[in-house]
Structure formats: structure tokens, C-alpha cells
Design a protein around this ligand. Structure first.
Ligand code: PLP
Length: 366
């Protein structure tokens, strides 16, 4: 058995003719930056997500930075966010001169605990930045309601949430702006780096487009500080093919997650993912919580089962971001970092593989 955490080879083999011909088309056109393929994909993504505007950028990290720049967030501003996420969420806040203000996570969903947001709001707070961690939507109703009461922006970090739904509506369509990553292992991934900023607000859209293109609308006229962050045509061509399959792939992930949870339900040492029935969790990761995580991980490695820890160190304890919150002040994030373990998850996972993985977890606990 050759189990992969994410099996991009299996996926590519299934759609190879379409992908190869899309790439060949770009090569033949020699239109590598901007152009038809990028426009087509921006339209396809906006339509799929139910938003008005989509701007392809170089990666999800840039998407976050550009979104915050477009909202005018900068020096000494505060952005409320979660410490339990990939580094990019905090890194970009610090990069633009603002301060991440961490709210602990809900220990069940691992998303920002909306009950604890209000107490962290100060006159300097400019935005709330929730992450739809592992593909599980954050509690958007409460976040939007707090943002409205305190006049704050909402920036959705939807790097892991393409296709996830909250109360029947796609995530990415709730905030003032949402940021997406198309890193190859994401649910919708390209074959290199790629990202996107989406919004329903025309003014934000214009600013995002300008910032991503050196602060320029008209060639060689630079109206504001910007950067070079573009989705290239080869990646857009690949994403144009893959977006047609995203619902099918996400649904297979959901089926696989159900199988995992069903097979693990009697293993009392293992806490399987929980999410509200009004959410469509698209299982970018299938992440369990266990007391003796490191020993279980070693055992699974010995059985040729790859696993990953998302994330082993919460961001307030990372050397580069010390000083934004004390150790011990965000106990659920700190606990999760010690106990979570992501199991292999992708649409092409076979039932026999899930059986082998779950039987191995049972064997470890027997
Ligand atoms: C939650 C989150 N935010 C942001 C990013 C950054 O995306 P990228 O790797 O495309 O820069 C990632 C990527 O892993 C992520 O998981």
C-alpha cells in the first residue's frame, strides 16, 4: 500500500489529457502573464463562490497582505485573529506594520472562539481575520455581527476553505474580502504557487488589482505603493480545468471523512472532527485529537502511514512572533498544538487505505 498524505499523482492521472492540453494552449499562445486564461479563471472562481470580483495573485500569503493593504490597515493597527493557523495569517499582519491580537480557539472546532472576540477589541482594532481551519467554516454570523457593531473589517482567510459552506452559502462571500491559496496540496490546487483575493466591494476590488500590479492601473503610472503579485497563465489554465471538479472532489473528501469517523467512533482515546450541521466542512485536513499524539505518529510512520501536525507550535509561541501574547494565555491553542494529528486526506483515498489506517490506530490503542 502506498498511502500519500495528498495524492496529486493519482489526481493528475485522472485528468491528464485535459491538463496537458490546457498547458499546451498557454505554451502555444505565449501569453504567460495575465490574459485570457487568467480572466477566465477569475470569472469562474467568482461565479463559483458567488462573489462579484476575483483577482488572481501569486499565492495565498500575498492575498492576505494585499487585502489588508487595500483596506488601509497598517502601522499600529490591530487585527484580531487566531493563533492556531499557518504562519502566513500572522506574518502578513506583522509585515504591514500592524499587530496580531490573538483570540483563543474553540477546543472543539479549532476555529477562533467568537465568544472571546469582544474582550480583545480596542480603539486600534481595524479588522477580524478568521481562518476556516482545515476547511471548517468559522462562525461567520457572530463574527459579522461583532464587526458591524464595532465598525471593523472582516477578512476571511479561506486558504483551506475553497468550496466550504456556512449556512448554505460559500465561505469567501461573507467578509469585506477573502483570501485564497491554490498551493498544490489545497482542495483546489495549481501546479506551483497561486492565490486569489475576492470581494463584493468595487472599491476594494480596484485597490486590490492595483496593489497586485505595482500600484498601477495605467502602465508606468504608479498611483500607490504596490507589489508584483500575479497569478500566471499556466496556473490559471490548470485551475480552469480543476475548478470543474471541485465539488466532486470535496464531496469525496467528505465521504472519506465520514468513513474515518465511523471506523474510529469506538476508539475512546481518539477525538474525531466535529462541526455544526449547518456547515459544509470540506476536509482540507482530517484532523484527530489524541493524548499521546507523538507516539501514535511514530507508530503510524512505522506502518508507512504518513501523518502531519497542523500546527505543532501556536503562532504566539513562534520565535519570530514572540511578544504578542504570553505563553499560557491561549490554553486551547496550546493544547491543540500538542494533541492534533492530521491523517491522509484527499479525494482519491481508497476504502482499503482508510481501513488500514484506522485499523492501525485501533491496534496502537489496543
Ligand atoms: C490558513 C492559511 N493561510 C494562508 C496560507 C498561505 O498560502 P500560500 O502558501 O499560498 O502563500 C496558507 C497556506 O498553507 C494557509 O493554510
Amino acid at each position: 500500500m502506498n498511502i500519500q498524505m495528498v495524492d496529486l499523482k493519482r489526481q493528475y492521472q485522472k485528468i491528464k489529457p485535459e491538463i496537458d492540453s490546457a498547458i499546451q494552449e498557454v505554451l502555444d499562445s505565449t501569453q504567460f502573464i495575465q490574459g485570457k486564461k487568467v480572466n477566465e479563471f477569475e470569472k469562474a472562481a467568482a461565479d463559483y463562490l458567488g462573489v462579484k470580483y476575483a483577482v488572481g495573485v501569486a499565492n495565498g500569503t500575498d492575498a492576505l497582505q494585499i487585502a489588508m493593504m487595500a483596506l488601509g490597515i497598517g502601522k499600529d493597527d490591530e487585527v484580531i485573529t487566531t493563533p492556531f493557523t499557518f504562519v502566513a495569517t500572522t506574518e502578513t499582519i506583522v509585515m504591514i506594520g500592524a499587530k496580531p491580537v490573538y483570540v483563543d480557539i474553540d477546543p472543539v472546532t479549532y476555529n477562533i472562539d467568537v465568544k472571546k472576540i469582544k474582550e480583545k477589541i480596542t480603539p486600534r482594532t481595524k479588522a477580524i481575520l478568521p481562518v476556516h481551519l482545515y476547511g471548517n467554516p468559522a462562525e461567520m454570523d457572530e463574527i459579522l455581527s461583532i464587526a458591524k457593531d464595532y465598525n471593523l473589517f472582516v477578512i476571511e482567510d479561506s486558504a483551506q476553505g475553497f468550496g466550504a459552506e456556512y449556512k448554505g452559502k460559500k465561505v469567501c462571500s461573507f467578509g469585506d474580502v477573502a483570501c485564497i491559496s491554490f498551493f498544490p496540496s489545497k482542495n483546489l490546487g495549481c501546479y506551483g504557487d497561486g492565490g486569489m483575493v475576492v470581494t463584493n466591494n468595487e472599491e476594494i476590488h480596484e485597490k486590490v488589482r492595483m496593489i497586485a500590479n505595482h500600484g498601477s492601473k495605467v502602465r508606468y503610472v504608479h498611483e500607490r505603493l504596490g507589489m508584483n503579485s500575479r497569478l500566471d497563465a499556466l496556473q490559471a489554465a490548470i485551475l480552469n480545468v480543476k475548478i470543474k471538479y471541485i465539488d466532486e472532489w470535496n464531496n469525496k473528501r467528505i465521504q472519506n471523512a465520514k468513513l474515518y469517523s465511523e471506523r474510529l467512533k469506538d476508539v475512546k482515546q481518539v477525538i474525531t472532527p466535529t462541526y455544526p450541521e449547518y456547515s459544509k466542512h470540506i476536509f482540507h485536513q482530517y484532523t484527530i485529537k489524541v493524548e499521546n499524539r507523538d507516539d501514535l505518529q511514530k507508530f503510524l510512520t512505522s506502518k508507512n502511514i504518513p501523518t502531519a501536525i497542523h500546527y505543532p507550535v501556536p503562532l504566539h509561541l513562534q520565535p519570530a512572533f514572540r511578544g504578542f501574547a504570553e505563553e499560557g494565555s491561549l490554553p486551547y491553542a496550546e493544547e491543540a498544538a500538542k494533541k492534533v494529528l492530521s491523517l491522509p486526506m484527499h479525494p482519491d483515498l481508497e476504502i482499503e487505505e482508510i481501513d488500514y489506517i484506522t485499523n492501525s490506530i485501533k491496534e496502537f490503542h489496543s
